[in-house]
Structure formats: structure tokens, C-alpha cells
Design a protein. Structure first.
Length: 189
């Protein structure tokens, strides 16, 4: 048994796992490729290290937002102008129109346009109306503005509830974005 482990150079890791012992990758959430402990200070059972391993991306995003708030300077990957009561977000979303028989019939948002094209393939032909990524809130604002101006669209739900504190601001920003990007033609603007 020992000879096969020496050849793999993973002796200490595989022996622990094989004997049903401690998972030596627990400190990185079982994902040593994407997460690391270069200082070697986190033990497998250290609660803070387990939390960092489990929530590393969220902690990093929260830290970036906190840094923005403290410094008053937006992070280059987020919007400098979040909606009232909302935190700054990364530029991750596209807005698209779904066409049926050559006519706009649906509006949606996605963080993965190609996946969405595959999902809607038999129902709509999708065309992006954003040329660059926008924040999720901005995408929702654009989407809701288009829904509001096109009652015949087949959207089953609103993107932003009218009861939201920032609904009016979202509609205004959505209209401004559509007009300034020349997308309003044919969509009620």
C-alpha cells in the first residue's frame, strides 16, 4: 500500500483519506485548486479558516464594497452609482429582447447570454440590447422599464416590484439608459 502512495507524492493526503481520517483539504473547502492557505496557518478544524474557505468569494466582495464605502471611491468593477438603499454591484449582466415572428415579445436579463439562448432556443430568438455588461440592478431597471412600456410582452412577472423604495428611480434610470444607448426605438421610447 505504501509504495503506490510514494509514487504519487501525495502520501500524507491519501493515507489520511484512505483510513477515513481527517480531510486535509477541509481548510480550502475541499477545493485546493481554487482556494489556498499559502501561509499554512489554517488547520482543518479552525472555524475561521472553514468560514473563509466556504465564503471566500462573498467575503472578498463584501470587503470590496466596504472599501468603496469607506474611501468614497467606487471599485473599477462596480457601478459608482448604486440605487438608493442598494450596495454597489459588479458589471455582470446583459439585457436581451426575445423575438417571435420578428417582433419583440419578451425582455429578460442574464449573466450568461449563451446559456439563455440555449434555454429559449425554441421559443424566442434572442438579441442583446446591452453592448456592455451592466449591474444586476441596472439590468433589472432596464428590463422593468421595457416591461412597463410594453404591456403585450409575455413577461409573467415584474423584474422590480412597484412597492420597492427604489422603483421610481429604477424606471427613470432605465429610460435614461435606453434613450442614451439608442435602444428605445420599437420598445415604446
Amino acid at each position: 500500500m505504501l509504495e503506490r502512495h510514494i509514487a504519487l507524492s501525495w502520501l500524507s493526503f491519501t493515507l489520511f483519506e484512505e483510513d477515513g481520517g481527517v480531510n486535509t483539504y477541509a481548510y480550502v473547502g475541499g477545493n485546493p485548486v481554487s482556494r489556498a492557505d499559502p501561509s499554512g496557518l489554517c488547520g482543518p478544524a479552525t472555524p475561521i479558516c472553514l468560514a473563509i474557505a466556504a465564503y471566500g468569494p462573498e467575503i472578498a466582495a463584501g470587503t470590496a464594497v466596504a472599501a468603496e464605502v469607506i474611501a468614497g471611491v467606487p471599485n473599477p468593477v462596480s457601478t459608482g452609482v448604486p440605487f438608493v438603499g442598494r450596495v454597489a454591484q459588479e458589471l455582470t449582466h446583459d439585457v436581451y429582447i426575445g423575438l417571435q415572428e420578428g417582433k419583440a415579445a419578451y425582455v429578460g436579463i442574464t449573466n450568461d447570454f449563451l446559456r439563455r439562448v440555449n434555454e429559449w432556443g425554441g421559443t424566442y430568438i434572442l438579441e442583446k440590447i446591452t453592448t456592455e455588461k451592466v449591474t444586476k440592478d441596472m439590468a433589472r431597471a432596464i428590463e422593468q422599464t421595457v416591461i412597463e412600456a410594453n404591456s403585450e410582452f409575455k413577461n409573467a412577472i415584474n423584474s422590480i416590484a412597484k412597492s420597492r423604495e427604489w422603483y421610481g428611480e429604477a424606471i427613470k434610470r432605465g429610460k435614461d439608459w435606453l434613450k442614451s444607448n439608442g435602444v428605445g426605438d420599437g420598445l415604446g421610447f
